[in-house]
Design a protein around this ligand. Sequence first.
Ligand code: CP
Ligand code: NVA
Length: 303
Amino acid sequence: MIRHFLDFSEIDAAEIRKIIACAGWLKQDRKAGRFSAQLANKKLAMIFEKNSTRTRVSFEVAMLELGGQAIALNGNDLQLGRGESISDTAKVISRYVDVMMLRCHSHEKLQELAKNSSVPVINGLTEFSHPCQILADILTFEENMGSLVGKTIAWVGDGNNVAHSWIQAATLLGCNFRIACPTSLAPLPKVVEWARARGGNIVITTSPEEAVAGANAVITDTWVSMGDPDADAKISLLKPYQVNAEIMKKATPDAIFMHCLPAHRGEEVTADVIDGGQSKVFDEAENRLHAQKAVLLWCLGIL
Ligand code: CP
Ligand code: NVA
C-alpha cells in the first residue's frame, strides 16, 4: 500500500498523532543541532499550479535537512500546462522520484495524480483541503495550550480549504470546532456531514462573538483564496468577520491567534492582533518545516 497524504478523511487519527509527535521531536533535534540523513538519496518532486512561500520553502528545506533533495516545478512549465494528462504526468514523474507533492486547484486532480503514481503523493493544498497546514497548526496549539482534546477552536471567516481540514482534524482528534461565517461561505455540507457522522462537535454560526466565546484559539484565513472567483463580493460579505482586539477579548484570556499566512492586515485580521502577544503565526509558519519532515518520513514508511 502506498502511503499517500491527501486528506484527513483518508488517514487514521493514530497516524495523524504519530506524524505530529514526530514533528515535535524533529523540532527539538533541529534546535539541538542534531540532523540525521534519513532521506539520503531520496528525491521529492513538487508541482505548483498556484503560488507558495511556506509550502515550497519548508518542503525543500525539509528534504535538504533529511539528506535528500527536492525539485520545484511550476505546473505551467511542465507539459501538463500544454495538456499532457495528469495520469501520464504521474506515471512519468514517479519513475524519477520517491515522493511527489502537488498544489493545484481541483482536489480531483490530486486524487488522479495519486491514483496513477507509483510513489506517495502529498496534498500541498487544493481548493478542498490543506492538511499539511493543520499538522503545523496542531503542533503550535499544543506547544502553547497543551492537549487539543476537549479544547475549543474558533474559526472566523471563510469556510474554505483550511477550515475543511480543521473540521476533519478536530473531529478525528477530539476538539470542538466553531466557525463564524456568512451563510453562503459556510464549509461544504459534505465536510460537515462527514464530521457530524463521526461525532464531531462542529458549530456553524453567523456570529463571530458566539464562535469565539471562551475559545482557546482564534483562527482566520485570507478572505480571498487563490483561484477564487469574484473577490469583491467575498470581501464585502466577509467585512463583519474581521478578527480584531474586541473579538480576541471574547476568547479565553490566554487564547492564541493563528493564521496560515499569507495575511492581509486590515482585512481578515487587524495588525494589532496578528503582530500582538497572542499571535503565534510565525511559530506556526516555522512548524510547517517540522511537520513536512514528519509527513515525508511517514509517506516513505520510515515513521
Ligand atoms: N500557508 C501556506 O500554505 O503558505 P504558502 O501558500 O506560502 O505555501
Ligand atoms: N485559503 C488559502 C490558503 C493559502 C495558504 C488559499 O487557498 O489561497
